[in-house]
Write a protein that binds this ligand. Structure first.
Ligand code: FMN
Length: 338
């Protein structure tokens, strides 16, 4: 076998240009697993860590601005912020607007939006030379994001942790490829070969979550990390019981006991025009508490709400977040067999 350095893939993509980073790899926002040390470690190694504001404040106990400054004290490299922009609660929306303003004041220039219309975030980001990438699971939402002025799309596929989409990475590339925006692959990236493959397919980068939980920097409990190492992709199931919409979790005895669907009454209330906003808020508040407890606390083993995606199949060790980023980068630039 011969090796030709000239045909190795490049780390430079529209994502690295937009985010001003050197490795086309995003450590996605994770409620409740995004803690400042994890975000900083990914950015310090050349990728970009995304701050999840509720995780930073409610789970990890930082004032939002102080949390951003803590990350800044670890690395001067770019970091991003996740703005969940669903407008079902006025209070929540107002809080999110304040968080975006503080992030901009603190120098954040990369935003990842999810749900809703990202226009107001795009306007604020563009005014200071920043960019917005929008999480989408299908074309309908991608068009809404494009019309809202976003600079890139994060295509969340059916292997993703968190709220997985219904489609494969290949199908999303086909479906969104003509929209004229860089596409980032989210879901199922567990090892270096997955990143190389995503770039080869035409993605401008990857957004990873689950892989970064199995790191020393992530403050999730050892039991949660061990469950990720043990799990295979068949152990990942979609449960509606946590947030009212399907979330990817590891199948534990507790999850099996609870069942996966929301139940007929909750489901009806979630769909009904008058009650759906109330039900969503109720689920959101309850899930914030349950997920926080399950990720940090090992004392109540009966409540194992451990979110993870099918990328668990490629995750076999706890490794420092920076090492993961560097290993993935080397795999992209390594000489390819001819
Ligand atoms: C534990 C966990 C929590 C997550 N929380 C959020 C979140 O709060 N906001 C968000 O936009 N995405 C969230 N995600 C999705 C990730 O940002 C990312 O898109 C996804 O993890 C990629 O799939 P992977 O886990 O297979 O790498 C979460 C994912 C996980 C695993």
């Amino acid at each position: 076998m011969t090796f030709s350095p000239t045909i190795s893939a490049s780390l430079k993509t529209p994502l690295t240009d937009h985010a001003r980073i050197t490795v086309p790899l995003i450590c996605g926002a994770m409620y409740p697993c995004s803690n400042p040390e994890l975000v900083a470690a990914v950015s310090a190694a050349g990728g970009i860590g995304i701050v999840q504001p509720i995780s930073l404040t409610y789970v990890h106990g930082h004032d939002f601005r102080a949390g951003l400054r803590l990350i800044r004290s670890i690395t001067p490299n770019p970091i991003g912020m996740n703005a969940l922009i669903e407008a079902s609660s006025r209070t929540y929306h107002d809080r999110m607007v304040k968080w975006v303003d503080v992030a901009i004041e603190e120098g954040v220039r990369f935003f990842v939006t999810s749900l809703g219309n990202p226009r107001w975030v795009a306007e604020k980001a563009h005014a200071v030379g920043g960019v917005v990438y929008h999480d989408v699971t299908e074309r309908k939402w991608a068009m809404k994001g494009r019309d809202g002025g976003v600079d890139g799309l994060i295509a969340v596929n059916r292997r993703a942790g968190g709220h997985a989409g219904p489609k494969t990475a290949e199908a999303l590339l086909d479906e969104l490829g003509d929209l004229g925006l860089p596409l980032v692959c989210a879901g199922g990236i567990g090892d270096e070969a997955d990143l190389v493959e995503a770039l080869r397919m035409g993605y401008a980068g990857v957004q990873m979550g689950t892989r970064f939980i199995a790191t020393p920097e992530c403050r999730a409990s050892d039991a949660y990390k061990a469950a990720i190492l043990r799990a295979d992709e068949d152990d990942i199931v979609l449960s509606e019981r946590i947030t009212g919409v399907p979330v990817a979790v590891i199948k534990t005895p507790y999850i099996e006991k609870m069942g996966l669907s929301a139940g007929p009454i909750s489901r009806w209330l979630l769909q009904h025009r008058r009650t759906k906003h109330y039900m969503r808020s109720m689920y959101a508040l309850r899930s914030l508490w349950q997920l926080k407890r399950a990720s940090l606390d090992t004392s109540d083993a009966a409540k194992e709400y451990w979110q993870a995606g099918k990328s668990v199949s490629g995750i076999h060790s706890i490794a420092p977040a920076g090492d993961i980023v560097r290993r993935f980068a080397s795999a992209v630039t390594a000489p390819t067999p001819e």
